[in-house]
Write a protein that binds this ligand. Structure first.
Ligand SMILES: [Fe+2]
Length: 327
């Protein structure tokens, strides 16, 4: 497999399976995205502008903070992602993906639903800036880790992922995740009415461009009660509302309730956005252990505090295997 930067073996060996990059429709879409993709005038902030970042986060439902990772950290993270991707792709020759064709969830490909057992994701958890920003967003230090996950898409992921929200109210038939538990029996308050209950921080190990599958975010929709449009009903401006360009080393903090979705990767390299997900101090849903007690003991006190609900008991062995269908 090639590296994230496509510098070794041919990227075609991992992507464009069963899909012709020279197909007329694909070429047309590529030209359209090259000319039009991306949110106009996107605001980004530098790491020390925490106050402005928190303001943008609450206004827009997401914020991009640039220059968070060092060159060395980018390299460690990119290499770790490549290793996990190799393991996953070894199980999926046809590139069916587990979030649509050529599209995968890092957490959804792990038996623990998380990559917290990996040193690269633990490195992210040890970044002081992560905790500085979480304290600023949540107003205190008692937030907890939900998962260490993220996603990646291969070249040749030509489909749009439908717009969706990653937090939902509890449903009797479990039509959303079985981990969605918020429920008001009076029917008055939805998870969408709350202050932000859960954030996702994506870390960027390679440049994000108009063509390599930037995430699309519909600005300011985190509290919207409106139904989320299906792919057929989605207007073109939403399809083009993507977060790009973003340079490697940035982090993107998202209120997971804001409408978002994956977009086509028509480049010749893989696009990864590993993440850490955190619950507000006052919110919690069922979590699954993602780190062994031995590894937990090696973390800093600040990181240990954040993962206190994600640690396995010292008597338990964690099954950290790769799977195409997480339990
Ligand atoms: Fe999502």
């Amino acid at each position: 497999m090639g590296t994230q930067n496509g510098t070794s073996s041919s990227p075609n060996s991992v992507g464009w399976k069963g899909i012709d990059p020279n197909d007329a429709e694909v070429v047309r879409l590529k030209e359209h995205l090259a000319a039009n993709n991306g949110i106009d005038g996107i605001d980004t902030v530098k790491p020390d502008d925490v106050e402005r970042a928190v303001e943008l986060f609450h206004r827009d439902g997401f914020v991009v903070v640039t220059d968070v990772l060092s060159e060395e950290q980018i390299e460690v993270l990119a290499t770790g992602c490549d290793e996990v991707i190799s393991e996953i792709l070894a199980l999926d020759d046809g590139r069916s993906g587990n979030r649509g064709s050529h599209r995968y969830s890092f957490g959804g490909s792990s038996m623990t639903r998380s990559q917290l057992h990996r040193p690269e994701w633990q490195m992210l958890l040890e970044l002081p800036i992560v905790h500085q920003y979480l304290r600023a967003i949540f107003g205190g230090p008692d937030y907890t880790l939900r998962a260490a996950s993220g996603d990646f898409c291969l070249p040749g992921a030509i489909q749009y992922q439908p717009l969706h929200s990653d937090a939902a109210d509890w449903q009797p038939e479990g039509i959303m995740s079985k981990f969605s538990s918020f429920h008001d029996p009076r029917g008055r308050v939805s998870v969408r009415d709350l202050p932000c209950p859960y954030v996702c921080i994506n870390f960027i190990p390679q440049d994000i461009t108009r063509l390599n599958g930037p995430i699309r975010q519909v600005v300011g929709t985190q509290n919207s009660p409106a139904p989320i449009p299906s792919l057929d009903a989605e207007p073109e401006w939403m399809r083009l509302s993507t977060v790009c360009p973003v340079s490697a080393g940035a982090m993107m903090i998202r209120d997971v309730r804001a409408w978002h979705g994956g977009t086509p990767n028509l480049s010749d390299t893989i696009r990864s956005i590993p993440n850490l997900e955190f619950y507000a101090p006052w919110f919690r849903e069922p979590t699954v252990p993602g780190i062994s007690y031995d590894d937990f003991k090696k973390l800093s006190p600040e990181a240990q505090r954040a993962v206190r609900f994600s640690v396995a008991d010292s008597s338990e062995t964690l099954d950290t295997g790769v799977t195409m269908r997480a339990p």
